[in-house]
Structures are given as C-alpha cells and as structure tokens.
Design a binder for this molecule. Structure first.
Ligand SMILES: Cc1cc2nc3c(=O)[nH]c(=O)nc-3n(C[C@H](O)[C@H](O)[C@H](O)COP(=O)(O)O)c2cc1C
Length: 153
C-alpha cells in the first residue's frame, strides 16, 4: 500500500485541522500517517522514507512559517536520496498571493522530493486564529482528487 506522510506546523490548530481532514480522506486509499513537526524528529521521517510526503504550512509574513522551514532543512540533510513525490498545503488569512507558495522551491532546494504536485491546497481563514472561511470544503475535495491522480501517475 502507498505510504503517505503528512507533516505540518500549527499555532492555533487550523493547519492541523486541514492536515487531518486531508489525511482522513486519503486514508480510504492509502496508508496515512499525520504528524505535527513537534511530535517527530526529521530522523524518523528520513528513516521511514514515505512514498509521498505532504507538507502543511501556515503562512507567516508572506512565507511558510520558520519552524517548518527549519524542519525541512534538517530533513534534507538526512535523506540519502529524495522522496519520490510531495504535495503541499497552506493556511493563510490574507487574500491568496502566488508568492506564498514557496514550499515546492524549499522542497527542491533541500533535495527532499523528486516530483512535486503542481496542484496545492490553500485554505483561507476568516480570522487570524480561524476558523476557515466558509466554502473551503470543495477545495479539499479537489485537492484530494488531484493528489490521488498525482500518486497514481
Ligand atoms: C505573525 C503573523 C504573521 C502572519 N502573516 C500572514 C501573511 O503574511 N499572510 C497571510 O495570509 N496570513 C498571515 N498570517 C495568518 C496565519 O497564516 C494564520 O494565522 C495561520 O495560517 C493559522 O494557522 P494555524 O491555526 O495552524 O496556526 C500571519 C499570522 C501571524 C501570527
């Protein structure tokens, strides 16, 4: 069975919620593990080396937050070879700006993933601390479809 790891960081719990929703939907078809980066070490992930890594980031000052970037930089140094596939998701409160989507570049620069899904998920919060704006559920559904296609390629 395809082994999927979802890692994320959260302050107010919204990125966790999105990661868990995505994980729950993907677990119908795949073997899914979901971890907050405070619960695991990059070594754990490097040892297990999933078939696909999904990274969830909260946007802070126009960029994925510092903690997830630090985790990814450490992970990159530990992996002997890149993970085959990766996909990305974000939570944000401002109007989406393409410059927020820096995770693919970070994953490439740190040699973490060979192929990165071009479709990503961006969930907009109604307020800084959440909850998500209404009407975001369909985005999750579309993301699941796109990621499933990407995994099966
Ligand atoms: C210091 C700070 C800076 C932020 N900067 C941005 C930003 O530049 N763009 C944006 O859309 N959201 C920004 N946010 C909102 C966060 O993205 C939002 O609170 C977060 O995604 C919620 O996720 P969490 O509940 O998992 O922590 C910022 C939040 C904080 C606390």
């Amino acid at each position: 069975m395809v082994n999927v790891w979802i890692i994320y960081n959260t302050k107010h719990g919204n990125c966790k919620k999105v990661a868990e929703e995505v994980g729950e939907k993907l677990s119908n078809k795949y073997d899914v593990k979901i971890k907050q980066i405070t619960e695991i070490k990059p070594e754990d992930l490097a040892n297990e080396k999933p078939d696909i890594l999904i990274v969830g980031a909260r946007i802070v000052v126009g960029s994925p937050d510092r903690k997830i970037k630090k985790f990814l930089s450490r992970l990159g140094k530990l992996l002997e070879s890149p993970i085959s596939k990766a996909a990305t998701l974000y939570t944000h409160v401002l109007k989406w700006d393409a410059s927020f989507a820096k995770l693919p570049k970070i994953l490439k620069e740190n040699n973490i993933a060979e192929n990165i899904c071009t479709d990503f998920l961006g969930i907009k919060m109604a307020k800084m601390k959440g909850p998500a704006e209404s009407g975001q559920d369909n985005k999750i559904k579309v993301f699941i479809e796109k990621v499933s296609e990407f995994i099966s390629k």
